[in-house]
Design a protein around this ligand. Sequence first.
Ligand code: CO8
Length: 258
Amino acid sequence: MAYETIIVEVEDHVAQITLNRPDALNALNDQLLQELVSALQEAQANDKVRCIILTGSDKAFAAGADVKMMSDKSFVEMFSEDFFGAQHDAITRIRKPIIAAVSGYALGGGCELAMMCDFIIASDTAKFGQPEINLGIMAGLGGSQRLTRFIGKSKAMDMNLTGRFMDAEEAERAGLVSRVVPVKKLKEEARSAAGKIAEKSMMSVMAVKEAVNRSFETTLSEGLLFERRVFHSLFATEDQAEGMSAFKEKRQAQFRDK
Ligand code: CO8
């Protein structure tokens, strides 16, 4: 499918989706989010794709929802169309792993989009923020919920109430991002992480994604039971037999996603 606001490249089992509205610092509008959802669903359906990278430009991952598109909307319009609700849900239903590779601004909906991914690798120039308060609104795609779970109440309140930006070093310290690398190395680092994931059994990969995400939705004892049952169920796969045989035979496992 031809896209206008994103670029999709599939290579070596990895789909890289690059947000591409440079004139608006990749601000999220209806078209971009629709195209992003379609590209993610295509990647989900494509057997060749085993991991997805979502990235932007050096200057901006995404500077938020498109303020110019939103500015004239009324409450009735926002509520009745459930603004960005369907796109949010569709993105979070993707079962293959998604790595956010963030450089430059990840603000408002941009920070929230990065948090919808499974983990964030940041460049040393990345800046995260929830500056919606400066516009007389507030976060609407996870900035008050996911961010609080990632970095705790105090920092989440600080970010959401003052609208200040957090640099990459602070974001790593606070647990928002998993690694920070020099900006020139960002794509390489993300591809290397995606390549490692692509070598694993998709059965284990999707089970891990479901189990970790379940931890945000449930109690510890329910989550531990879910984890244990999924762990048990992986012993029904050929890949478990292959992985353990390969270990004993001191060779590389050949997973077949079965
Ligand atoms: N929306 C629309 N256009 C934008 C946005 C945006 N969020 N951010 C930047 N742009 C545009 C600018 O208007 C400018 O366009 P033009 O050249 O036509 O004037 C161009 O991108 C370049 O931007 P700047 O000239 O401002 O670049 P600077 O380097 O000077 O500044 C900043 C960069 C600091 C990132 C600055 O652009 C900025 O503050 N942007 C807005 C950040 C922001 O407030 N984001 C939050 C938006 S609201 C939101 O995300 C809500 C999400 C929840 C959705 C709810 C769903 C339920």
